[in-house]
Design a protein around this ligand. Structure first.
Ligand code: 6GU
Length: 253
């Protein structure tokens, strides 16, 4: 897929996307990233991209013209019509379900605001969708764009190696949190690896992992269980987890 990023700091995005899975997705030509700087499309000696807000108040607002010209240049760089996303705390919360939908598109444009935001007329005319990555304030959309890029890049066919398979990740398989993981040494001053994981009994291991995923989700994000569509077996596993949790001294899962 192709992603064009409109940002006053396009190098920041390129840096963020240069490592690990996302870097490899680019090397494998599964992801083509292109940065576009509105400053390159601004007029005058000062190449101004922002101005004071009408109605007064603190902060600056990104102006229509440089963004419009920049978006037009980005759009024209490829024949595929893009889905244009504005990263803003006012947007719809990003979820793995949204990520899956975005990852299936051939082309995205990510518009990053700075200052107090972008002139609303530009948002209304040029943006298809507004996305937020959570209920906190960042100084600009760049980190949020990097989050979107990472989340969609790893879902591109061939981006992950077998060992990194996405289907067992938290949220991906079933909307539950992931179970705990352990590696060598089996015995350590910090504790023992649960015996079941060393038993070689694959059915028992799968049951334990499922129970841990259910139990952790119940402890940490109980609202996720409402949407998870639990089977009868799941309910029984969770009930057993709850019973045990009530009997033992509360301990961080
Ligand atoms: Cl997408 N942008 C900014 N500036 N802050 C955020 C955000 C986005 N999502 C959460 N906080």
């Amino acid at each position: 897929m192709r992603i064009d990023v409109v940002s006053l700091f396009p190098e920041f995005i390129a840096q963020c996307a240069g490592f690990g899975v996302v870097g490899r997705a680019q090397e494998r030509k599964l992801l083509a990233l292109h940065g576009w700087n509105p400053r390159d499309h601004a007029e005058g000696n000062y190449r101004r991209v922002d101005d004071r807000p009408f109605g007064g108040g603190p902060g600056m607002v990104m102006m229509i013209e440089p963004l419009q010209a920049c978006l037009a240049a980005a759009r024209a760089a490829d024949p595929a019509p893009p889905h244009v996303i504005y990263l803003t705390p006012q947007g719809a919360p990003l979820t793995q379900a949204r990520v899956r939908e975005l990852a299936a598109r051939p082309r995205l444009v990510l518009l990053c605001g700075r200052y107090e935001g972008v002139d609303e007329r530009l948002v209304a005319s040029a943006v298809d969708e507004e996305i937020s990555i959570g209920d906190y304030v960042l100084s600009g959309g760049e980190l949020a764009a990097a989050v979107v890029i990472d989340a969609v890049a790893r879902l591109q066919e061939g981006a992950l190696n077998d060992a990194e398979s996405a289907t067992q990740d938290s949220f991906e398989a079933d909307g539950l949190l992931d179970c705990p993981h352990f590696t060598h040494p089996a015995s350590h001053a910090l504790g023992e690896v649960p015996a079941v994981l060393r038993s070689g009994d694959h059915a028992a291991i799968a049951r334990w992992r499922r129970q841990q995923a259910l139990g952790r989700t119940w402890l940490r994000r109980p609202e996720l269980l409402d949407e998870a569509g639990l089977s009868r077996t799941d309910r029984a596993l969770l009930e057993a987890f709850r019973q045990e949790a009530c009997q033992t001294v509360p301990k961080k899962a």
